[in-house]
Design a protein around this ligand. Structure first.
Ligand SMILES: *Cc1c(COP(=O)(O)O)cnc(C)c1O
Length: 367
């Protein structure tokens, strides 16, 4: 059996109704900050339960513009997790701020007990990454944020419809970033992102920043960027958004099945599943013994497994050049040796799930 990691061909197999919409849209010529984008922003804000949503051209830009809008400047420090995807880091450094890494814990999210000792006078934002679709201890993070008066900007790119204490991902920070990259839980046909916020001030600022700082076609108020979400992609987004809840539920159901079955194999350890967190499983990662051999075995058997990531971001070239080295973030380091990601998407078939479990079970049984 062949089980691909990317489910996109399945997701966009029956797109007859979408093509109809796109044809109609193309004939309007309403391509830049068009009506469909406004509808998408409104629907997205409603889905998350925030006042404002601003479409931008990627999740990376969503983070960048959110940080810029709260006043993060060159030379400031921003705290984030040492195990995140490069985009978090790129967004922070693109506006000239400096990354301050903090280790994660076994939930793959930032270890909130390590944050306070990393705060300095220069710290101007904390960016928790809701990595894998999980969330860190947001209550504790809020307390720290209030105590030191340092705003939170959530990297919610992997956690659409995730919750902590029944409060949604994206509603905890001053502003939060989402991504519609093709491999994210809600995806468009190219790049796309969204900033959400309850602050009118941040909404106004980002609305300017994403469109060259223009108030109208002839008046530049501030210098900004070209970072609009394509209205074409908003049509795709509007088509997919009604499925957002069922996508999250299906992923959760798959993860529960895998958790139950894998927990019967003693060489497998399931990461902690906290009852107050709604984890939406953008990634389904477990800890395993003999990881490299299992990885190769799965590939040989047609299961496209992944490692997120073999080399953590803090040990990539740009940071090695700054003197960061192996051992500085021991939990992140330890994870690289034992993590493996399995397909867990909403299109997985029951027989595919069974096949995955069987292959893993038989691998260890045969040893
Ligand atoms: C995908 C992702 C981003 C950025 O998203 P793009 O839309 O690809 O720019 C940022 N942070 C995390 C954790 C992500 O997974």
């Amino acid at each position: 059996m062949k089980i691909n990691y990317s489910y996109l061909p399945r997701q966009f197999k029956n797109t007859g109704s979408l093509w109809k919409k796109l044809k109609k849209f193309v004939s309007t010529g309403d391509f830049t900050l068009g009506k469909e984008l406004k509808i998408f922003e409104k629907n997205f804000a409603k889905l998350i339960g925030v006042k404002y949503a601003i479409g931008v051209n990627s999740g990376t830009d969503a983070l960048k513009l959110a940080l810029k809008a709260i006043g993060v400047k060159p030379g400031d420090e921003v705290i984030t997790a040492a195990n995140t995807f490069v985009a978090t880091v790129g967004a922070i450094e693109e506006i000239g701020a400096k990354i301050k890494f903090v280790d994660c814990d076994d939930t793959f999210c930032i270890d909130t007990s390590l944050i306070e000792k990393n705060i300095s006078k220069k710290t101007k934002a904390i960016v928790p990454v809701h990595y894998t679709g999980n969330m860190p201890n947001m209550k504790k993070l809020k307390t720290i944020s209030k105590k030191y008066k340092i705003p939170i900007i959530e990297d919610a790119c992997q956690s659409i419809l995730g919750e902590y204490d029944k409060k949604k991902s994206g509603t905890w920070g001053e502003a939060s970033a989402f991504s519609f990259h093709p491999l994210k839980n809600i995806n468009v046909w190219s790049d796309g992102g969204m900033v959400v916020t309850n602050s009118k001030k941040i909404f106004d600022k980002i609305s300017l920043l994403r469109n060259h700082g223009l108030i109208d076609r002839d008046t530049v108020k501030i210098l900004g960027y070209n970072s609009r979400l394509d209205t074409f992609q908003a049509v795709v987004g509007n088509w997919l958004l009604p499925k957002a809840k069922s996508i999250a539920e299906k992923r959760i159901k798959n993860a529960k099945y895998f958790d139950r079955e894998f927990s019967k194999i003693h060489q497998v350890t399931i990461p902690p599943r906290l009852s107050n967190v709604k984890h939406v499983y953008h990634l389904y990662i477990i800890f395993v013994k003999n990881r490299d051999r299992l990885y190769k075995h799965c590939l040989k058997k047609g299961i496209e497994v992944k490692i997120h990531y073999p080399t953590p971001i803090y040990r990539q070239t740009p940071f090695l050049k700054r003197g960061l080295k192996k051992g500085m973030f021991p939990v992140t380091d330890e994870h690289t040796k034992k993590i493996i990601s399995f397909p867990c998407d909403q299109h997985l078939l029951p027989k595919e799930k069974k096949y995955i479990v069987n292959i893993v079970r038989n691998f260890y049984r045969a040893k």
